[in-house]
Design a protein. Structure first.
Length: 118
């Protein structure tokens, strides 16, 4: 039968083995982290180089119409669409003369009806 002293010595040996295993695991983790850092740094450098190459090879944007001209064009086209809508609505749907919608007297009459003075 094993004696208490032999059990104690076995327990000490087991604890020593566990400590050694933990130390080995820590060292492996450190090595793994260092390798990851090195590979990440290499990836970052490659990404920076690719970005710089893209910037160098990139063509400048050439706009056909400047932005201010686009804004004016949208406003003019909106006004033209409004006039066309008024002519169609007043002339075709309202059974009136389509050119009368452009007269000031017609709008004065419409405002009088809406306000209630007519």
């Amino acid at each position: 039968m094993p004696t208490t002293e032999s059990k104690k010595s076995e327990a000490k040996q087991d604890s020593v083995k566990r400590k050694e295993q933990k130390q080995l695991q820590k060292q492996e983790k450190k090595l793994g982290k260092q390798q990851n850092k090195q590979s990440n740094n290499g990836d970052k450098d490659q990404r920076k180089k690719r970005r710089e190459e893209k910037k160098m090879n990139k063509r400048p944007i050439r706009r056909i119409l400047p932005i201010w001209l686009k804004v004016i064009l949208v406003l003019v086209l909106s006004f033209v669409a409004l006039i066309i809508g008024l002519v169609v609505g007043y002339g075709i749907l309202g059974d009136g003369n389509p050119t009368e919608v452009l007269n000031f007297d017609t709008w004065q009459h419409i405002l009088d009806i809406v306000i209630g003075e007519g």
